[in-house]
Design a protein around this ligand. Structure first.
Ligand SMILES: [Zn+2]
Length: 134
């Protein structure tokens, strides 16, 4: 399962790579910049850990030309079958971490409900004693 949100660099508007991209003579530079941010969100939501398959460029309102611009300014790198958002792993929570956190939250919720409905002594060895029987 993917993330419901992603992190966006608070300095993205003045980041040197973005400034260089926006100084490019291409008429597609603004679409490429928007696509970069859409791709951050899309990748987080899909749990792709920064990978954007070529066939998924439409989902991030990009195309082969905007992708080339993002690669040119090192915001993306080329990868097998598509592209990879540079530094995605350093800035975003990985799918693995998200899944682990979700799993811990689920156990925490079960434990809370167990205590609420069955009392303090029900939860043993990481499980609800009542649920264990049924
Ligand atoms: Zn219980």
């Amino acid at each position: 399962m993917g993330l419901p949100w992603v992190r966006l660099d608070a300095n993205i508007a003045t980041h040197d790579k973005i400034l260089h991209l926006l100084s490019d003579p291409s008429t597609l530079r603004w679409q490429a910049a928007a696509s970069y941010m859409f791709a951050l969100a899309w990748s987080g939501g899909q749990g792709t850990d920064g990978r954007i398959a070529s066939v998924a460029l439409g989902f991030v309102h990009g195309n082969a030309k905007t992708a080339r611009l993002l690669v040119k300014y090192r915001l993306w790198s080329e990868a097998v079958g598509g592209y990879r958002i540079v530094n995605f792993a350093e800035r975003q929570q990985s799918k693995e971490a998200s899944d682990a956190i979700r799993s811990l939250q689920s156990v925490g919720g079960k434990r809370g409900n167990c205590k609420r409905y069955h009392g303090d002594s029900c939860w043993k060895n990481g499980k609800c004693s009542v649920e264990e029987v049924s």
